[in-house]
Write a new protein. Structure first.
Length: 82
């Protein structure tokens, strides 16, 4: 039941680590699990856990990898003389 929530967000709201959110959201997706009971066990609001579960299903907790794009570098044209 360790949440490791850090304040510092606006209005002093807790800022939960992504792995904590992912772990609880995954647990909440299991059949037979009561989201409300799970939220109470971890002293968080059930609506927050429902939101995390939606975000997990939408793929928002997947690690993002930076996309590398090919770059073509051309020489600068010589300045025109008049």
């Amino acid at each position: 039941m360790d949440t490791d929530a850090k304040t510092g967000n606006r209005k002093g709201r807790p800022n939960y680590p992504a792995d904590f959110k992912r772990r609880l959201a995954t647990e909440a997706c299991k059949p037979g699990i009561s989201v409300s009971k799970l939220a109470r066990q971890h002293t968080i609001n059930a609506n927050m856990l429902f939101k995390w579960r939606r975000e997990l299903r939408a793929g928002l907790f997947e690690p993002t990898t930076p996309a590398l794009l090919p770059v073509l570098v051309k020489r600068a044209a010589a300045p025109a003389t008049a």
